[in-house]
Design a protein around this ligand. Structure first.
Ligand code: CU
Length: 186
């Protein structure tokens, strides 16, 4: 079964778009650092299995990980060196957890809030990653200029959900090809 040739790459490698027919891009502006998600009217199934953030070669792999709110995340240590996983909510610096991860061990945490999280290892100051938890695989983060773009979206009815500084603004969006623009002010 061949793909239709459309470059329908979802923003998250852990999940796939519901149906890859027409493809649209949703772009616009939001508060800088906001987590921006498009949630289809019919919802999106939770991915099967956990998301994984590994510790290997004194690095977090991958360096940026998108997960779903409610999806278990395995923080693994797959090398013969003790590590630590410290997770803080970026907007407030609030601690989420701080655990030691022994060689070949894992720690599982399920995020219950949309947001960006800083992941560090207290043993190795150079180790860091960013984790973004959201309610849809169609998710990105607004850049320093507030710009965002989500490509590979099937046209239709969505809720655009924008979370920043602990607040969430939801707005209905009718996504049309080839590009739909949205501007959200703080
Ligand atoms: Cu470490």
């Amino acid at each position: 079964m061949a793909a239709c040739g459309a470059p329908a790459a979802p923003p998250s490698p852990t999940t796939a778009p519901p149906v890859a027919t027409g493809v649209a891009e949703v772009a616009g502006t939001a508060p800088r650092g906001a987590v921006v998600s498009l949630i289809p009217a019919g919802g999106v199934p939770m991915p099967e299995g956990p998301a994984v953030l590994d510790q290997y070669s004194k690095q977090f792999v991958p360096g940026v990980l998108y997960v779903r709110v409610g999806q278990p995340v395995e923080f693994r240590n797959t090398e013969d060196m003790g590590h630590n996983v410290t997770v803080n909510r970026r907007s407030t610096g609030t601690s989420v957890f701080d655990v030691e991860t022994d060689p070949q061990e894992k720690y599982v945490h399920t995020f219950d809030r949309v947001g960006q999280y800083d992941v560090t290892c207290s043993v190795h100051p150079g180790m860091q990653a960013t984790l973004i938890a959201a309610n849809s695989p169609f998710t990105t983060v607004a850049d320093d200029g507030g710009r965002f773009s989500i490509a590979g979206v099937v046209p239709g009815a969505y809720t655009l959900s924008v979370t920043f500084e602990g607040r969430t603004i939801d707005r209905p969006v009718d996504v049309k090809e080839p590009r739909t623009s949205v501007t959200l002010s703080p």
